[in-house]
Ligand binder design. Structure first.
Ligand code: C5J
Length: 314
């Protein structure tokens, strides 16, 4: 069975709105603009104006055109992709879908950072880098929204709960000095996103004090204001920050698609279990896919629109 997303794509096709004769509902439906097309206004004997219910169009140009419908249908068709996933394939509108890359920071992926300070083998996370890089390139070529997150705290640690700071070996805790600067502190080299996945200029970077990307951040507002309702969630670690973010997003009404190879964990068994939890029970938290499946869906769409070629050429 295919999970189909009707979407509210209409606002994204300005060609439909060029004569301003129509107002587009949030649902995407078009209705005449009563103020512009005018209720018929009549002046009665007392000089007051009363509106005549039942609208009419002031000019032929104000009529919704047949081509509006065509543009709308064409836009939806061009932006709709189907991603192979479990528990079932999912259809999404790329203009309403963001790729969010969680915490691909030196602190988690490189020796000497927060991850290693907790006794982890950080080399296990490297597997996610190349798939994330390919997916990032395809998302950018398609013109999709891309968001990055970083876990970390203010230099004075005023946003770090004591219960979080006091864990781990003394001398290797959050805020302690390390080879990449103070551990998990904003502005330090260890807090940076790894260079292979460096954010592009216009891509929002969300600094989060917790594990979930929605907690104490403006991520929700940013996504809603961009009309996003589907997320492709990548990054580390699968069972902690990726999972917490997927859970937060799911409760806020976003459809989450997790490409398995774009995530990694210090504990391979937690990675597997975390992905199973997402897709179990009919996709109780979302959909699990792969970078290859997302790339194939985007590639198919971009071959029709020429988007990938145009952006690569630019
Ligand atoms: C952790 C994260 N594991 N980004 N953070 O503490 O998953």
């Amino acid at each position: 069975m295919l999970h189909s997303v009707s979407g509210r794509s209409a606002a994204l096709f300005p060609a439909c709105n060029d004569d301003q004769s129509a107002i587009r509902h949030q649902s995407g439906a078009i209705r005449p603009n009563k103020r512009q097309s005018g209720f018929r206004r009549r002046r009665n004997k007392s000089g007051t104006v009363r509106a005549n219910r039942g609208f009419f169009y002031e000019s032929a140009t104000a009529l919704p055109r047949f081509t509006d419908g065509l543009n709308l249908a064409f836009g939806i068709a061009m932006n709709s992709i189907v991603i192979a996933a479990e528990p079932e394939p999912i259809a999404v509108d790329v203009s309403r879908t963001a790729v969010i890359i969680i915490d691909m920071q030196r602190d988690f992926l490189e020796p000497g950072g927060f991850g290693e300070s907790l006794g982890n083998d950080v080399s296990l996370l490297a597997a996610a880098i190349a798939p994330c890089k390919r997916l990032l390139a395809a998302a950018r070529a398609t013109g999709m929204m891309v968001v990055h997150t970083r876990e970390g705290h203010r230099p004075d640690l005023s946003d770090a709960p004591l219960a979080k700071i006091e864990r781990g070996a003394p001398g290797k805790r959050i805020g302690a000095p390390g080879p990449m600067g103070r551990i998990l502190v904003r502005g330090e080299p260890g807090h940076d996103i790894i260079s292979a996945l460096a954010p592009a200029d216009a891509e929002p970077v969300i600094d989060k004090p917790g594990k979930g990307a929605f907690y104490a951040t403006d991520l929700h507002a940013i996504l809603v204001n961009r009309g996003i309702d589907n997320l492709i969630v990548c990054g580390v670690t699968t069972e902690i920050c990726v999972h917490t973010t997927v859970r937060e997003a799911n409760d806020r009404g976003f459809r989450c698609i997790v490409p398995a190879d774009c995530c990694a964990s210090y504990f391979p068994e937690f990675h597997r279990a975390g992905l199973q939890m997402i897709k179990a029970q009919g996709g109780i938290l979302g959909w699990v896919s792969s970078s290859a499946a997302v790339l194939a869906a985007l590639d198919q769409r971009n071959r029709k629109t020429g988007d990938g070629d145009r952006r690569h050429a630019a």
